[in-house]
Design a protein around this ligand. Structure first.
Ligand SMILES: [Zn+2]
Length: 133
């Protein structure tokens, strides 16, 4: 815990009442991540509020809002999981449901579904092995 950093995070972000996101108002990277003194604001926030990022893991935004710095919306995951979650947002709910339905018929392999939906097979594997999005 770090009270000074916590204040800096709260002071530079606006709570969004519906999503619970803390929207960063300070500097941003070109790809839309918050910056605090040259560091990723999300990482600073997560650790300032007591979070630990195990070595080798990256912080994933569960809310998929890149400029969000709410530590409750951040989770350390492997790069592979983070990439798959990001890719999954390219598919609509309907497409995800269709992939699960088609896979359950056993007429399609993960590989053929990947070709059909123009996504990586690892993403199909993730979708078909998960109970919910
Ligand atoms: Zn958020």
């Amino acid at each position: 815990m770090n009270a000074g950093l916590q204040r800096a995070i709260r002071g530079n972000s606006i709570p969004e009442p519906n999503s619970g996101c803390w929207l960063w108002e300070g500097g941003m990277t070109r790809d839309g991540y918050g910056l605090l003194s040259g560091a990723r604001a999300s990482i600073v926030s997560f650790t300032a509020f007591g979070g630990v990022i195990p070595s080798g893991l990256v912080l994933d935004h569960l809310c998929r809002v890149r400029c969000c710095v709410n530590p409750d919306h951040l989770e350390p995951v492997t790069v592979k999981v983070n990439t798959n979650r990001g890719l999954r947002t390219k598919l609509s709910d309907v497409q995800v449901a269709a992939i699960r339905e088609l896979y359950s018929t056993r007429h399609f392999t993960q590989f053929s579904l990947a070709r059909l939906f123009s996504v990586d097979q690892s993403l199909i594997s993730l979708i078909t092995s998960e109970k919910h999005r």
